[in-house]
Design a protein around this ligand. Sequence first.
Ligand code: PA5
Length: 449
Amino acid sequence: MNPLTINIDRISKTVSKAEIDAFEPEIKKHIESLYHKTGKGNDFLGWLTLLSEIDNALIKRIENDANRIKKNAEIFIVIGIGGSYLGARAVIDALSNNFSSILSVSERKAPLIIYAGNNISEDYLADLLELLDKKEYAIAVVSKSGTTTEPAIAFRILKQHIEKKYGKVAAKDRIIAITDKSKGALKKLADKEGYSTYTIPDNVGGRYSVLTPVGLLPIAVAGFDISKLIEGAKAMKNQTSTAIPFKENPAAIYAAARNALLKKGKSIEVLASFTPNLHFIIEWWKQLYGESEGKEGKGIFPAGVDYTSDLHSMGQYLQEGKRNLFETVISVGKSKKELRIPFDTENADGLNFIAQKKISEVNKMAELGTMIAHVDGDLPNILIYMDALNEENIGQLIYFFEMACAISGYLLGVNPFDQPGVEAYKNNMFALLGKPGFEKETEIIRKRL
Ligand code: PA5
């Protein structure tokens, strides 16, 4: 496994080396406080220790369940929202064939993973039911709290569908619940119905849960090697521990760079990649950083773009718009497959100058050209490099972002492990829907309409 690396040379026009190095003592203190559980949110630091707690028995159990699901399902529905689905989707999309959704099960060698409970769209759920009428499927319902509205609605609908399709007894064997060990409506329901369940550790928050059964089960069902994913994360854990000097710790460097840039007024970070497979890694990162840092009027706003596609839309703004942004590019060294640009005798498109080049070489030049153009346009650039898209590297990337996020949150002085702000919309929605217990709020909010 080659180590993931970070390069901050292209922020030097905005932030000096000395300004980065100035973060060293504070970051050292924050890493120690993470390990010694003395910082804010220290009851949610289970992600730091869970890698050594994942034993062979858990891996075996997940793989056995995954194999059982693979045998009797063409589709595996993952019901969850936020941290209860984004991590799984990020890893699965990063490693999958770009067209896996239209490949047959035998071509894919695994069920198609479909997500539900991450929106309240009537058409989405109705379309899904129409599809499931014709397909063999199984469900993982994922909710740490066990009370989140979006997945609860989706599960209520899909539970009725699966029970009607297979009968209550057979349906039970097609449903797996991943939730708290004792609390919440989902846990109660799972116990009552006798579903197979996995526990989300108390001390792991949703957005830090991808390396628990929340992510590991769907990733295994999709056909990927969860042991290698964990190996990669462990390697990054070693590379970001208290024993590693500041300059050799990629998470420390990333946290220092983004906070130094924030001090210079760069309050929006745009995470970009030139690989469509990484779209949901960017979505997962947005949740991780948005929920962890955006509070108390603080934080770096996490935005995401897919290049080169977005160079033809957001590219204009990034190059010449308001200069309150910086960019972080996740760069992938090798592609999995090889495809060259063919020679064309007519050369009507004028592309013969790149004939016989691999598409990845052209993409790499687009990447370099973009980064240089952006730096010239005062858009500082951080580069995160991995040599290929595989389980180990994605495991490294996940742990790298998690660790850097925790350090960054502490640098900002916030608790990176809570999300009090997400309650506001829920309370209004409950009041508007007339939920029992919300009578007063209902009266007040209806007057505002
Ligand atoms: O990171 C978080 O804690 C949140 O994004 C949750 O994952 C999300 O709100 C879903 O919560 P739950 O798993 O309790 O349904």
